[in-house]
Design a protein around this ligand. Structure first.
Ligand code: FAD
Ligand code: MLT
Ligand code: ZN
Length: 479
């Protein structure tokens, strides 16, 4: 069937303007956020309600057209980008952005999957509650994308990942069936936990159209500090001390090397004078909803102990909201700093906390023997055993060529190192299209077999984000 007729059938389902096929207008949807790959799409469809999503999926299934669900298109592994065939449609959830209900008593929020994370945080805060999911892309990523990638971010150490916040789901399966399970229950042991199948599925099992998320009491007090790590400071021990003494109030423990801090400093118009110590810096935060606790006093006492052990060269406690914001801005601007410098080859690894120093030592020696002139930007959510071990693209060097070269050589050494320590090649950024070969290389054979069966059971015709994450049963490996 010619393209124009196929498109007309979709136009018949949706309102005017909801089917966009003008190449210029869809360019930002067909290129991944890091601009590593540009695919092609028949069109971008923008439904406004769940029924329209179900109609689209049913029609696509009839016509044999593939579907790529898309939220904010901020993910890092190309999972939201169509392939090059031009035979897939992108279903963007951007027009499904309503906050459906905030329930302060049940401490939950029900939203459309296209709601922007920041707007959901704000709606919760207006009701005196906290949506404890926070990441640098929160102004543009959407809840469906957060579920699709099982996003982590900056407060996982206290509240867990997206998976831990999901109470209920509404989703459209590959044949148009609607799973409508928007309940707010903490307890519901009634068979398979279907909603969890969608978490981290990166659009390969169905389209999430709604979600119920768990909220927490809104912190009214925070104590935030910038720590300059002394030479040889043991990161895991420092974290253990801070965590143990924090009375479970630790919400953030973010590590940054001096190079990463400098990258952020270079792009900020009014950068704070904070620097890293010889072994880097840590941004640490305690938060509590209680008005009766003196968090500054608690954090100060903990840090005094760390200084006594010789682990810190210095520590600065934020004395005001603006000092706190400045510390956070420095941390959150690192990805932008990398981008402005010429980009980086990202390695979003995790290892057990007990192996984090070992990983840093081994990875450092791999990098030095690969090319002693390479520069690194290493930082991350060390509270979760997650490091962004990024190799900076040298100035003046072609970013895509460099990425390809590193991906096929040094990256594998770094991932091998993480794997040998019981770690992961993707802690929070997913698999998408870019890391499929890594799943095949490092994934447990039985686990991959189970994933392929789940994929095929949910989507026998392989229309949902084909080419991402995992091969369905019967498809040969291209690796
Ligand atoms: P998209 O990129 O649009 O999609 C991601 C995947 O989910 C795709 O496979 C897509 O097909 C699928 N998908 C999207 N919507 C749906 C849906 N409704 N139903 C089913 N599948 C769907 N990530 C972290 O985990 N932690 C961080 O700290 C972090 N920091 C970041 C900082 C910056 C500056 C940037 C640019 C990104 C960062 N990310 C981080 C990555 C990214 O923001 C997250 O992966 C985010 O969850 C993606 O959401 P999105 O709406 O942009 O999803
Ligand atoms: C972050 O933690 O800032 C992101 O996950 C990493 C990145 O943007 O490279
Ligand atoms: Zn991160």
């Amino acid at each position: 069937m010619p393209h124009s007729i196929r498109l007309r059938t979709f136009r018949d389902l949706l309102n005017d303007g909801a089917v966009v096929d003008d190449p210029e207008r869809i360019a930002t949807y067909t290129t991944d956020q890091r601009q590593l790959f540009t695919g092609a799409a028949l069109a971008v469809l923008k439904p406004t309600m769940t029924k329209q999503v179900a109609d689209i999926v049913r029609l696509a299934a009839q016509l044999g057209i593939g579907i790529v669900p898309q939220g904010g298109n901020t993910s890092y592994c190309g999972g939201a980008t169509p392939d090059a065939s031009g035979r897939q449609i992108i279903v963007s959830l951007e027009r499904m952005d309503k906050i459906r209900e905030v329930d302060p008593v049940s401490m939950s929020i029900s939203v459309d999957a296209g709601a922007i994370l920041k707007n959901v945080q704000d709606a919760a805060a207006n009701a005196g509650l906290l949506l404890p999911l926070s990441l640098g892309a929160e102004g543009s990523c959407r809840i469906g994308g957060n579920i699709g990638t099982n996003a982590g971010g900056l407060s996982v150490v206290r509240y867990g990942m997206t998976r831990d916040l999901l109470l209920g789901i509404e989703a459209v399966l590959a044949d148009g069936t609607v799973v409508s399970d928007m309940r707010k229950l903490r307890k519901n042991n009634t068979g398979y936990d279907v909603k969890q199948c969608f978490v981290g599925s990166e659009g390969t099992l169905g389209i999430v159209t709604g979600a119920v998320l768990r909220l927490a009491p809104l912190p009214t007090r925070r104590a935030t500090a910038w720590l300059k790590l002394a030479n040889g400071a043991p990161l895991a021990e420092l974290l253990a001390l801070v965590r143990r003494e924090s009375a479970d109030l630790l919400t953030t423990f973010e590590f940054m090397t001096a190079r990463s801090v400098a990258l952020a400093t270079e792009v900020l118009t009014d950068p704070p004078s904070l620097r890293a110590g010889p072994a880097g810096a840590v941004l640490v935060e305690f938060a509590s909803s209680s008005r009766h606790l003196d968090l500054d006093e608690l954090l100060e006492a903990v840090l005094a102990e760390a200084i006594e052990f010789g682990w810190l060269e210095d520590a600065f406690l934020a004395q005001s909201g603006s000092q706190r914001t400045a510390m956070w801005r420095l941390r959150e601007t690192i990805p932008e700093g990398e981008k402005r410098r010429n980009g980086s080859v990202k390695h979003d690894i995790s290892v057990p906390l007990s192996s984090i120093q070992r990983f840093l030592d081994l990875a450092g020696s791999h990098v030095r023997s690969y090319d002693v002139d390479l520069e690194l930007s290493v930082y991350g959510h060390v509270g979760d055993g997650n490091l962004h071990y990024n190799v900076l693209v040298p100035p003046g060097v072609d970013r895509l060529e460099f990425t390809k070269r590193i991906d096929g050589s040094l990256s594998l050494q770094l991932y091998d190192t993480a794997a040998a320590l019981g770690g992961s090649f993707s802690a929070e950024h997913g698999v998408g299209r870019f890391k499929k070969h890594l799943l095949e290389r490092y994934g447990d054979v039985g686990r991959i077999a189970a994933m392929r069966r789940i994929k095929t059971a949910f989507d026998p015709a392989n229309i949902m984000n084909a080419g991402a994450v995992v091969r369905p049963l019967g498809e040969k490996s291209a690796c």
